[in-house]
Design a protein around this ligand. Structure first.
Ligand code: PRP
Ligand code: URA
Length: 209
């Protein structure tokens, strides 16, 4: 059964609140997305396996813990997921980055695929799909479908704001995928936007509206 974690850390709550504010500029929004991604990455990677390695400090030889195998792949859902990549790479610098291009059809709200490029060894990696918004869940479900079809076996989903409808859709379609959420919101509106949410994440990151 999937693990669902909603962050209650004051630093994350504060930064997400600033991102929600309609007066926050695109530059500020991008900076905050990078900072929240770094804070979330700490928890998302908590169960990465470690191994004992012998090293020598200036004082003596000793056994220490280091990350063992199972390298990471960060997969942003285009466009808005790109806002999380830099922060994730600061914390996990040896991660590879794949891309899944999806947009929501404005009328049906169904995800439409336009791009998919993943690391070749995706089957051997811990895959972390990142996207700020989990609204109907259509995009997240489609992204999980893609990466699993390409061989991914260990998949985690990380987002900024989730609606209950999106969490339900993702856990139903992919009960093995753990979900990390900075803030859980109330509902969707008639246009399938998250309420209160932060508006269109892609537009806010890239300043397209
Ligand atoms: C947004 C967001 C998610 C999706 C969430 O992308 O970044 O990918 O909507 O909605 P869902 O859970 O109902 O699928 P959008 O389709 O607006 O594309 P964009 O990132 O290119 O703006
Ligand atoms: N996509 C967004 O960018 N925002 C929402 O609230 C829902 C979908």
């Amino acid at each position: 059964m999937a693990k669902i974690m909603v962050f209650d850390h004051p630093l994350i709550q504060h930064k997400v609140s600033m991102m929600r504010d309609k007066n926050t500029t695109s530059k500020e929004f991008r900076d905050l997305a990078r900072e929240v991604a770094m804070l979330m990455a700490y928890e998302v990677t908590r169960d990465l396996p470690t191994k004992d390695v012998e090293i020598e400090t200036p004082i003596c030889k000793t056994k220490v813990k280091m990350l063992a195998g199972l390298d990471t792949a960060i997969i942003p859902i285009l466009r808005a997921g790109l806002g999380f990549v830099d922060g994730m790479l600061e914390i996990i610098p040896n991660a590879k980055v794949g891309h899944v291009g999806l947009y929501r059809d404005p009328d049906s709200h169904e995800p439409v695929e336009y791009y998919c490029k993943l690391p070749e060894d995706i089957d051997k990696r811990r895959v972390i799909i990142v996207d700020p918004m989990l609204a109907t869940g259509g995009s997240a479900v489609a992204a999980c479908d893609f990466v699993k079809r390409k061989g991914a076996k260990d998949v985690t989903f990380m987002c900024l704001i989730a609606a209950p409808e999106g969490i339900e859709a993702l856990t139903t379609a992919h009960p093995d995928v753990d979900i990390f959420i900075a803030a859980k919101d109330e509902c969707l509106n008639e246009n399938a936007y998250i309420v209160p949410g932060l508006g269109d994440a892609g537009d806010r990151i890239f300043g397209t509206k």
